[in-house]
Design a protein around this ligand. Structure first.
Ligand code: M6R
Length: 609
């Protein structure tokens, strides 16, 4: 989704703005622009398309100046175009602004401003911010921005610059992320840490409603009432290298290969040495608390939602508490039955997904206790939830989520085992067995990644099919959903996942000769049933690619090909079976020449509804 950068300092602004925006490219965007104060005027340069277009446009004539802002836009109000790209200015070019989010009352404000003589040049909601500032500006930049913010409704992170107040940027946020990077004789602003990580690891993370005035040698933060706020420096604990490709062709491939490390890190120090229990110091729950919880909601979007489905299975099977798993954009509007006996677990890699954040707020409003599972320390979701468990996956850059998913599964497993231990709903022996099994997972994922040639071959063979079906039962179905999402998202192949037993209720009509069906068959309790479903699709001449555990001798009798993953407990095997599906999606996307890391229309962090 949109990216924001800002620079004020002794150096040149444009090189940082372009570099920062390049580092935010992974978020997904359709146009880009920068504004730099050149000592006389604010020079704005923007272009539809990739950043390379903007760079081409200003080649040999890069804006000169040491205060500037930049933006990559993901269109919401108005199509992608040069005009609609940010930064936006007022009528006289005195102010420029970049903005992520949506100004919900922009139409009313715009009509009012037009009536007062302001001339608008774009279709965006953002442009009202610049005109509004022009309208209320009284010579005091800070108080004027405060006035503007008191008039707008919606979600935003934004940065203003002013020709009349050189060497100063003012930024604020509401429901969208914004960080300030602390430099030496220079300071940075960004919507996301990767934009500034190779300049500084010392940051201030802004909270909702905070307004920061940023100069090269001073920063002060206040609330909407103008009261000062003391910010703590947040040291980022990863470096620029972690946000780079490290020799891999794509971030997605790198991140798939980072899964053993990410899962190991997420498990580390959370398992008792003697395998007897899960140690979640973050939670410190007791029997009294868990007995008071009569219902759990797991709420998330996309891949995180798929991890939630597995979480539901784990918690219900292990801790015997009823769980509903909900899509965040549905949960928040469907008047869910939530009270103070409810625990709401939200899952979000970025910690910034607006629907998940809003669902979290709604659950809290209704009296629920809340727990966030997220990968980003200091993210909005991490800060809003009562409690947080971090997945230690490291930065995930590719739009397609991979290592975030496997680490989310691990965290859901840990939560379920932790609850089961406290509630004594599972034999101790079984808890220890699963903990020992979990310890093996990183090595087993590594083994799954060793031989990718068959997967490359299938991707080449079937990568040009327009429809692919995924089937499975129980946990295999949950993984099938994730496999299908991965494939559609990056290869644009129409892929659907079905509970295998559901096929006959309609979908079987679509199974004709040559249609690829990816069938997961790892769950013992429903194994025979899954085989029957596989036979049904084979009888319609589908091409079946089976996914099974090593040692399975049956599946190959019915499937055209079988991909084996290491043998593991059936509760844990989703952490392994998802890996070939991620790789299949990756290589299918390559076969079709797709932009793997930045699939069309998608954004890494979905900060608008
Ligand atoms: O950052 P989040 O985990 O909240 O993101 C949720 C979804 O937008 C995300 O998982 C999306 O579905 C991925 N692109 C899937 O690969």
């Amino acid at each position: 989704m949109c990216g924001i950068v800002g620079y004020v300092g002794d150096g040149q602004a444009a090189p940082f703005l372009l570099e920062g925006l390049t580092r935010l490219e992974y978020r997904g965007y359709d146009s880009a622009g920068i504004a730099v104060y050149d000592g006389e005027k604010i020079r704005i340069e923007k272009s539809v398309g990739r950043l390379s277009e903007l760079k081409k446009k200003i080649e040999g004539n890069v804006p000169v100046g040491s205060t500037g802002i930049g933006h990559t836009r993901w269109a919401t109000h108005g199509r992608p175009s040069d005009m609609n790209a940010h930064p936006h200015a007022d009528c006289h070019g005195d102010f420029a602004v970049v903005h992520n989010g949506i100004i919900e009352n922009y139409m009313t404000l715009k009509e009012d401003l037009i009536a007062k003589g302001h001339i608008f040049v774009s279709e965006t909601d953002t442009e009202v911010l610049a005109h509004l500032l022009e309208e209320v500006y009284d010579g005091d930049f800070e108080s004027s921005v405060r006035k503007v913010l008191s008039m707008v409704e919606g979600s935003y992170s934004l940065v203003f610059m002013s020709r009349r107040d050189p060497g100063m940027l003012i930024c604020s946020k509401q429901d969208n992320p914004l960080v300030i990077g602390l430099g030496d004789g220079e300071n940075f602003i960004a919507s996301d840490i990767p934009a500034i990580i190779n300049r500084t690891r010392r940051t201030y993370i802004l909270s909702d409603g905070e307004i920061a005035v940023v100069k090269k040698d001073a920063i002060w933060v206040t609330n909407h009432a103008g009261e000062p706020i003391t910010k703590k420096v947040f040291e980022v604990n990863w470096n620029a290298e972690a946000a780079e490709k490290g020799g891999y062709e794509h971030f997605m491939l790198k991140e798939i290969h980072e899964q053993p490390k990410a899962v190991r890190a997420t498990l580390s120090s959370r398992l008792a040495k003697d395998d007897s229990a899960v140690v979640l110091d973050e939670l410190k729950w007791n029997r009294g608390f868990l007995d008071s919880v009569n219902r759990i909601f797991i709420v998330a979007c996309g891949t995180a939602y798929h991890a939630g489905l597995v979480g539901k299975y784990y918690i219900e099977r292990m801790a015997r508490i009823p769980v509903e798993c909900d899509i965040a954009s549905e949960f928040r509007y469907r008047a869910p039955i939530v009270d103070d006996h409810t625990l709401t677990i939200v899952i979000s890699q970025s910690g910034e997904t607006i629907d998940t954040l809003a669902a979290l707020k709604e659950a809290k409003r209704l009296g629920s206790r809340t727990l966030a599972v997220t990968n980003v320390v200091g993210s909005s979701i991490a800060r809003d939830a009562d409690q947080v468990i971090y997945t230690w996956a490291g930065p995930e850059i590719a739009v397609a989520s991979t290592k975030a998913y496997t680490t989310q599964l691990i965290v859901m497993l840990l939560i379920a085992l932790y609850m089961a231990g406290i509630k004594e709903t599972m034999p101790q022996k079984r808890i220890a067995e699963l903990i020992r099994g979990a310890r093996e997972i990183p090595t087993q994922i590594g083994k799954t990644l060793e031989d990718v040639d068959p997967i490359k071959t299938f991707a080449k063979q079937y990568g040009f099919n327009e429809d692919v079906f995924f089937i499975g039962r129980s946990l295999d179905y949950d993984v099938a959903l994730e496999g299908a999402l991965k494939l559609k998202e990056i290869s644009y192949i129409h892929a659907e996942a079905y509970a295998a037993g559901e096929l006959k209720h309609g979908t079987l009509a679509l199974i004709v000769e040559g249609v690829p069906v990816i069938a997961l068959a790892t769950q013992k309790s429903v194994y025979e049933k899954t085989l029957s479903n596989i036979k049904e699709v084979k009888a319609r001449d589908a091409v079946v690619i089976g996914i099974a555990a090593e040692g399975d001798t049956e599946l190959k009798k019915y499937a055209d090909h079988v991909i084996y993953v290491p043998e593991a407990d059936e509760m844990l095997i989703p952490l392994l079976t998802v890996v070939p599906l991620q790789l299949l999606a990756y290589y299918a996307a390559l076969t079709r020449g797709c932009d793997v890391d930045k699939p069309r229309n998608l954004a890494k962090s979905v900060t608008v509804e």
